[in-house]
Design a protein around this ligand. Sequence first.
Ligand code: ADP
Ligand code: C5P
Ligand code: MG
Length: 253
Amino acid sequence: GITRKMSFGINSKFNGIESKTPFLIGVSGGTASGKSTVCKRIMEKLGQVDMDHQQRRVVCISQDSFYRNLTPTEKLKAEKGQYNFDHPDAFDDDLILQTLQDILAGVKCEIPAYDYRTNSLMKDQVTTIYPADVVLFEGILVFYFPKIRDLFHMKLFVDTDSDTRLARRVPRDIKERGRDLDYVLNQYMNFVKPAFEEFCLPTKKFADVIIPRGADNTVAIDLIVHHIWDILRLKKAENSTGQHPFFYQHRRT
Ligand code: ADP
Ligand code: C5P
Ligand code: MG
């Protein structure tokens, strides 16, 4: 409603760049390409991990937090590996848009954690996202929805071979997501692989930077970290002088 209209107004008026508007980075790529790991490395290198939430200048949000709540029937399907978590319809794209618009407007917001073991959002485990200078938003379909895609100031695509991704997804899902081998392989063949080819891979063309080999690519990660440092320095200068540095006024068209 009103909040959405307001944040939209701020964005268009200042062309997406205004002193309290964070620099928004989208990170996409297939499952187990290393999106979460790349974001974690970036946060670590920036010294932003063990930091008080209110002082943190860089925050990372995952698209997992925006999975739709399942109906009891869908929940049963999910338990049998018959629900498609890789289809765009599995996500609440309106809520993603609204949340990112709030973040861009410098409005504090709350997002839930996702529990892969129960295929549901943990409403009692919300994270408060305080206004930050740089926000990373990562997920398999963050460049799929045009209105969401248009909000990013920089788009990264983590590009890792399909066989490497499957080889990493199997042990991860068994160890961390409470699945067994049969479940993981069936889900992969029936839903994950076809949906990757239909919905995720075609969004690679929207990326500004493609990161081959994911977290192994320390050179690419260092380049991105340096770019974020530059942004943080400029934001700091901007905040103390109250003026928009030249660079910033010309960043985005
Ligand atoms: P995504 O978020 O894209 O699905 P993750 O970051 O969760 O991918 O990585 C998938 C799995 O592979 C995780 O278990 C992670 O620890 C592991 N992994 C990620 N990158 C590497 C790498 N470069 N070398 C070895 N294992 C990796
Ligand atoms: O971290 P990653 O990008 O792998 O997370 C997205 C993947 O999580 C999707 O490929 C989807 O199949 C999987 N998923 C799942 N069970 C859920 C929600 C998502 O297996 N309940
Ligand atoms: Mg992940």
